[in-house]
Design a protein around this ligand. Structure first.
Ligand code: ASP
Length: 334
């Protein structure tokens, strides 16, 4: 059966060229990509579209997730699979967001990109792109995944873990879905199946969610100054180890309790790449649950951030957001 794939180019190194200011998105990348792929046989048929304007993904805003989602929805019924070309810097953030926007998707949405532009020597783009296209034509690889450096990963469990390796992404709390060697997995495993649910959101406020990393010496005064912005509705706290905060400074916990009372949803995510937050493991985290801070368990920062953004856009009531946050919606936590 001829399964047609849509390639959606959003920007990133894969389609960049050198300029006097460094790499920047090149014009007519679609033509270059077509010429390049035309030399390879055995790839599925595909169409190519671009987001306008193309971005270096370091400039990504939450509103770009909705722009990408709109493109996918517009073309959903005409294609059996989607390959999204994305800059590596925020690729895992977008993969996480799309997993919440397309829960239970019945077809593959595969994000890829490259560390070296397609037209540069030693580029990893041809391997990433060619294999992503082939995987996207397999109905078995439904759901949001990342294919990069020979590895297929669950989108909402992944993080960029190297700025230089060709294998730039990893999923620290779950094994890779598949590895592509000489042979491609004929039935690549897909992320956990969940009931289909499209979260249709019109806007995401870039100022609604903030990330705050705990560090030695963090004070209540600093927390208050950083969180006083009226548009703030959610906070991802990146704590130590199993979810610990200093507990010898009562003002610090009071500042956090005040934020929760203001109606801001505070979630607690560990700074460790591997392992979950477990409130109450140490005395230093036992009060957090009591003051209304929710554990992000073993979610990546990217998944916790995207989940909070999307839940806040769907629900006005902070309590409802907290309840939904605790539930694994699409395999984003163990
Ligand atoms: N800054 C680039 C981007 O994220 C890096 C890359 O694509 O690898 O768009």
């Amino acid at each position: 059966m001829n399964r047609r794939i849509l390639v959606l180019h959003t920007g990133g190194t894969i389609g960049m060229e050198r300029s006097s200011q460094g790499y920047r998105p090149m014009a007519q990348f679609g033509t270059t990509l077509r010429q390049h792929l035309a030399t390879l046989s055995g790839l599925p048929d595909y169409d190519f579209i671009e987001l306008a304007p193309l971005i270096d993904s370091a400039n990504l805003l939450p509103s770009h997730w909705l722009k990408i989602a709109r493109e996918l929805r517009t073309h959903w019924n005409r294609y059996e699979g989607f390959v999204i070309l994305h800059g590596t810097d925020t690729l895992a953030w977008t993969a996480s967001a799309l997993s919440f926007l397309f829960q239970g998707a019945d077809r593959p949405i595969i994000l890829t990109g490259s560390q070296i532009p397609l037209l540069e020597p030693r580029s990893d783009a041809p391997a990433n792109l060619g294999t992503a296209l082939m995987l996207a034509s397999s109905p078995a690889s439904r759901g949001v995944t990342i294919f990069f450096g020979g590895t297929l990963l669950q989108g909402n469990r992944s993080t960029k873990s190297s700025s230089t390796d060709f294998q730039a992404f990893s999923s620290p709390n779950v094994p890779a879905l598949a590895r592509a060697g000489i042979h491609l997995p004929s039935q690549p495993p897909a992320p956990e199946a969940v009931p289909a649910h499209n979260a249709i959101i019109d806007t995401l406020d870039a100022h609604a969610v903030m990330v705050l990393t705990v560090y030695p010496g963090l004070s209540a005064t600093q927390i208050n100054a950083l969180t006083e912005t009226p548009s703030l509705r959610g906070l991802v706290l990146c704590s130590y180890g199993a979810g610990n905060l200093p507990d010898t400074d009562p003002a610090l916990l009071e500042a956090l309790a005040r934020i929760v009372k203001r109606g801001i949803v505070v979630v607690n995510r560990t700074q460790c790449a591997h392992g979950p937050v477990v409130h109450g493991t140490y005395a230093t985290s036992s009060t957090l649950e009591r003051i209304g801070i929710v554990s992000a368990s073993d979610m990546t920062l990217e998944a916790a951030f995207a989940k909070l953004h999307i839940l806040l856009a769907l629900h006005r009531d902070p309590q409802q957001v907290r309840e939904q946050f605790r539930i694994a919606l699409c395999g984003e936590m163990s």
